[in-house]
Design a protein around this ligand. Structure first.
Ligand code: SF4
Length: 265
């Protein structure tokens, strides 16, 4: 369980897509996720799991929020030390935060639990949901996202599709690309976007520094290259921009990248 040193609220930080975003970390006792992405800014996922549990009591999150500068935030965003839908009290916390602040609420999810109707219902309480989709094949999923046992690209895509059918709010798909995919793979990715039908696709490349092990601070915006952290070698931002234009043409869906402004969250 979280103690007083593990504040479940962080920021606000400036996010390129969300504006001034106050972070809610419903996992802050450890780094906990159903993926171990090679580019993860948390450094290391200490608990790789697809099992939901209560990690931070709802009362602690609300108490931390009351002590935070939530009034200056444009949006309250669930992200933090791993995959927020792994918190079994996610829905309860969203409802309590909405009652307290009246602010728009966003969730960044890796999409792996969206096959679960309860998770879809809880995530659907948010105003904006951003679903990760980095892969176009089982092989690319295993190489880049390194999922927990039982997670496949098929289960992820079908979970997002089902969520899209049920959810009335804003659905964004977030894709992190390290190197330029082959043309055929860009087309496969475009086909997945088409069958999902999101409101927007966000393409990004991992530019943030990565610590060698999880530290709570890694959930926020760390810039530069602090000692002990490394950055990945990736394709050029301009290449990601080109791929974005290609995908927009193939799908007819709006594609955005952060490269027309300084890279941030
Ligand atoms: S889904 Fe997010 S938190 Fe989980 S390993 Fe990937 S980047 Fe890290």
């Amino acid at each position: 369980m979280a103690d007083a040193e593990h504040n479940s609220i962080y920021g606000p930080v400036d996010s390129w897509r969300l504006g001034r975003s106050l972070g809610v970390d419903v996992l802050c006792v450890d780094s906990i996720c159903s993926f171990e992405c090679v580019y993860c800014q948390l450094g290391k996922i200490n608990r790789v799991t697809s099992e939901r549990a209560v990690y931070v009591p709802t009362e602690k999150v609300i108490s931390d929020l009351r002590n935070a500068d939530w009034q200056s935030a444009d949006v309250i965003t669930f992200s933090g030390s791993g995959e927020p839908t792994l918190a079994a009290n996610l829905g309860e916390i969203i409802t309590a935060i909405r009652d307290l602040t009246g602010k728009p609420i966003a969730i960044l999810t890796n999409s792996t639990l969206l096959g679960d109707a309860i998770v879809r219902a809880e995530a659907g309480l948010a105003d904006r949901v951003y679903c990760k989709l980095d892969a176009w094949s089982e092989d690319s999923l295993r190489r880049v996202d390194r999922p927990a046992a039982g997670v496949s690209l098929g289960s992820i895509v079908s979970g997002i599709r089902q969520f899209r059918k049920e959810y009335k709010g804003f659905l964004g798909i977030q894709t992190m690309l390290l190197t330029r995919p082959a043309d055929a793979d860009i087309e496969r990715l475009a086909e997945l976007y088409r069958v999902i039908g999101p409101d927007e696709i966000e393409l990004n490349i991992p530019l943030r520094p990565i610590p060698s092990e999880w530290v709570l601070e890694s959930r926020g915006n760390i810039t530069g290259r602090p000692e002990g952290m490394h950055v990945l070698k990736t394709m050029e931002p301009s290449e990601a921009g080109e791929i974005g234009s290609r995908i927009a043409g193939l799908t007819g869906i709006r594609v955005i990248t952060p490269f027309d402004r300084p890279p941030q969250n």
